[in-house]
Design a binder for this molecule. Sequence first.
Ligand SMILES: [Zn+2]
Length: 327
Amino acid sequence: MNFINRIGAAVSAYGGPDFAWRLATGLSRRPVVLTYHRVLSSSDEVVDKTQRDVTKGEFRAHVKRLLSRRRPVTLYDIVKGEIGDGQVFAITFDDGYGDNFRTAAPILRELGVPAAVFVTTDPVSGRGWLWWDRLAYALTLSVGKSVSALGRNFEIASEADVWTAQAELTRTLKRATDRGAVIREIAEQSGMGNEPPPGLYLTWDDVRALRDDGWEIGAHTRSHRILTSLPREDAEIEIDECAREITDETGTGPRLFAYPNGRPGDFDDGIIAHLKETGFVGACASDAGPESNEPDPFAVKRIAPKGGEPASVFRLRVSGLYYKLRR
Ligand SMILES: [Zn+2]
């Protein structure tokens, strides 16, 4: 059990299971924006175990827990500051995974909760994998082999070796300009096919169905490159082409954006100015805790619950205490 899990357990043990929650909701009336990637059901293939995606059961429990204390609103309402009184929450999804439509949407429809999805257009348009999925899948298929990449040799004897190699390669490849070629080489050594498993990513038909269901369709670039790692012109193309494709496919231009990776340093004033010029009204960062009382509409903070976390840690995350303890 890591440090934060121990704190969560200790706080719950001290004051009963809802103590942390009561403490935190008493402290904070700030809007809470959650961010998820995949929502897994038992039939889904897990291509990347290091992502710690939530299961369908965990996702439903999170939303029901939030509904018992807070009112669901849209991210757009939060960005525009139109949320009225009381405590609110909004749900978002990043990247454009197919299970958002298959698994999460029916749960949210049943519970009457709106959502936004930030679409990366390359995988949704069938132009291949998101790079980290392809890397994880290739390494998983390489157990029992050795893989050479970046002038090194990775012996992949077990699942633990997959995770070690993946962590090391991911660190280097996140901002590498030759990333595509390196991953292609690793994929070729693994013998995997070029196409992602069917249903891993949303299709445009799925996106249109989500739109018809009331979801906000936001933009998350074309290929998920970290915008500040690119020459400005290329960063603008990543944004503009993504927005153009969403407009062509759904009939509506996206109003909201999520920065790839979304940490401080992954976006800057120039990127924000370009988003404003292009017609966006807000943008989300990643996993930085609950919002302040007056959110910066172009750096909306979000909470990223992980699969396998105890309910006490979910409560600590929503309360913001988790992020204070982590500092
Ligand atoms: Zn993303």
